[in-house]
Design a binder for this molecule. Structure first.
Ligand code: PLP
Length: 410
């Protein structure tokens, strides 16, 4: 008898994006003439930059030849990419990350979902609310929670409410936890943490011997100058934090797949016998056992994003999206809506008007403007009363969506 992992049965049935899909399909069936504009999903729309595609093609041409063919590469990634990462993403900001502390992977979803395997089943986990659902669901699957209550919250998880009063920043809990997930710039709220905000977390981790899991998937969208791009810009973070980075939103790799995780040698956990074990050793074991590397052309493509031409093209795409974000912010603010985010992140977090709930506003926007966004409640109970609009759209669609919203809600 193949008994299953019962923890999977605890996962809430009503997944966010399938429910959105269902409502959009049924609206479209009833109104086949409606041209629906989607500003809901966190996926890029602009094509891959030319210099990145050129590097990918050149790598494919190498593989075509006897001399250039490559089979399995190093599981942790090729040195050309890891060195480029250490130099451009860290040394350039005054942060020392060793090449062998970088683990190239096929995505931050996998990394941020897999990392929990290193920790005990009874580790106490703190997770912001609202949140990118992967952190929570993977801990539920691993058995680190009880069942979900009526409010959708799982027993045993320490939720960190992110509300308007605190600028949507989570505060360190008063109790002891072992693992803390943080994501800045934030999906879904678009909030960013300043140096002082992160310093409180680093201090908490030192005081309680906790590990911070820092998701910086959107760091390239930071436009203000005084905001840390990496947790390692904070003193003491190298002892307590792992960091996730992804080429998905930064360089348009959502379909191409490349990311990496930084595991500094100094970060440790405690074994049952009380001994300290460095997580670098465990992650190396895990990564080399369960992963066989990102394909050579994709790693070449990722490395090309750091070339001078690659940087120009990547920046142009990010600027394009951030211009969308600015348009969304301005236009909704003009309508008298309360808007957050969208300045250092490609997401605008809108307070739903007229006292509507997140899903009520979703339906109103769909039926009155034929625009799809994401109900904040889908990211956690503190997201109720909010709505996420994504800046990942074509300019003409964003402009038309905003014009329709003006007509429907103005
Ligand atoms: C999009 C996103 C990622 C990136 O995931 P990939 O698997 O690298 O595509 C990571 N974290 C957050 C919060 C995201 O929104």
């Amino acid at each position: 008898m193949a008994r299953i992992n019962d923890n999977y049965l605890k996962l809430s049935a009503g997944y966010l994006f399938p429910e959105i899909g269902r409502r959009v399909r049924s609206f479209q069936q009833a109104h086949p003439e409606a041209r629906i504009i989607r500003l809901g999903i966190g996926d890029v729309v602009l094509p891959l930059p030319a210099s990145i595609c050129d590097a990918m093609s050149a790598a494919v041409d190498e593989l075509r030849t006897e001399a250039g063919f490559r089979g399995y590469g190093p599981e942790q990634g090729y040195d050309f990419l890891r060195s480029a990462i250490a130099e451009h993403d860290f040394a350039s900001r005054g942060v020392a990350v060793d090449v062998d502390e970088i683990f190239v992977s096929d995505g931050s979803k996998c990394d941020s979902g897999n990392v929990q395997e290193l920790f005990a089943c009874d580790a106490r986990v703190a997770i912001p609310d609202p949140v990118y659902p992967v952190y929570l669901d993977t801990n539920v699957m691993a058995g680190r929670s009880g069942s979900a209550g009526g409010d959708g919250r799982y027993a045993g998880i320490v939720y960190l409410p992110c509300t308007a009063q605190s600028g949507f920043l989570p505060s360190p809990p008063r109790e002891r936890v072992d693992l803390v997930y943080l994501c800045f710039p934030n999906n879904p709220t678009g909030a960013v943490a300043r140096r002082d905000d992160l310093a409180r977390w680093v201090a908490y981790a030192h005081e309680y011997d906790a590990v911070l899991l820092f998701d910086a998937a959107y760091e390239a969208f930071i436009t203000e100058s005084d905001i840390p791009h990496s947790i390692y810009e904070l003193d003491g973070a190298r002892d307590v934090a792992l960091e996730f980075r992804s080429y998905s939103k930064t360089a348009g790799f959502t379909g191409t797949r490349c990311a990496y995780m930084v595991v500094p040698r100094a970060v440790t956990g405690v074994a049952t016998d009380g001994s300290r074990v460095d997580l670098h050793r465990l992650w190396t074991r895990r990564h080399t056992t369960k992963f066989n590397g990102v394909s050579y052309p994709v790693q070449r493509a990722a490395a090309a994003s750091y070339s001078p031409q690659g940087q120009i093209e990547v920046r142009a795409n990010i600027d394009y999206y951030m211009r969308n974000a600015a348009l969304i912010r301005q236009s909704l603010a003009t309508l008298g809506l309360e808007v957050h985010g969208g300045i250092n992140a490609p997401y605008v977090w809108v307070r739903t008007p007229e006292g509507l709930g997140s899903w009520e506003f979703f339906d109103a926007l769909l039926t009155r403007a034929h625009v799809v966004g994401t109900p904040g409640a889908g990211f956690g109970s503190c997201g109720e009363g909010y709505f996420r609009l994504s800046a990942f759209g074509r300019r003409e669609n964003v402009e038309e969506a905003l014009e329709r919203i003006r007509r429907a809600f103005g």
